[in-house]
Design a protein around this ligand. Sequence first.
Ligand SMILES: [Zn+2]
Length: 219
Amino acid sequence: MTQNEKEAMALAVITAGKRMLESSLTVETWGNISVRSETGEICITPSGMSYQEIEPSDLVFLDPEGNVIEGSRIPSIETQMHVRIYQNRPDARAILHTHPVESSVFGVLRKPIPVITDEIAQTIGGEISVAEYALPGSDALAENAVAALGEKNACLLANHGAVCVGKDLAACFKAATVLETGAEIYQKALAVDGCEPVELKADDVKAMYDFAQNRYGQR
Ligand SMILES: [Zn+2]
């Protein structure tokens, strides 16, 4: 991890914190954010600090096992969750833990959001599962989040927000936005009397996800 890379990681996390707050994906100091370097070091938000006030020196750097290697602040309470997700998802280079409104409805109901839109298929890659309940900051919550995520890019935590992973923070925000709009659409579809939302077929979901991840856009 070079000095340049460290500064870029810190800037990305700080910018994402402000964006998460401004886009109403969280309130107050809830939620947390991290990015991982090519060599495995993790840069994570400090615990309980205002996103508007976090400076580069407030960020905490961890080794791949979660030991602090730089920074004087106490790292996020959900550090273990970030570390365990990175250990299980070599493809993930960023994690965004949000406390959003629309998708949290399903975390509270403990009801997964099926793949009901093409965007969910392309961006998240499958049903948005709800991790079993465990106390914030616990090892159990970390394990439950890993299990609910699987190879997908988002999951809900029972009664406690959402987790999005991606190749960078832009990908995490895309997943968070798709999750939030998908949840809103699902609520509205469920509210229509006498009708049931139609879930997309697994083969179509797989084909769309593969296309979106590997072949979509400009060459
Ligand atoms: Zn949280």
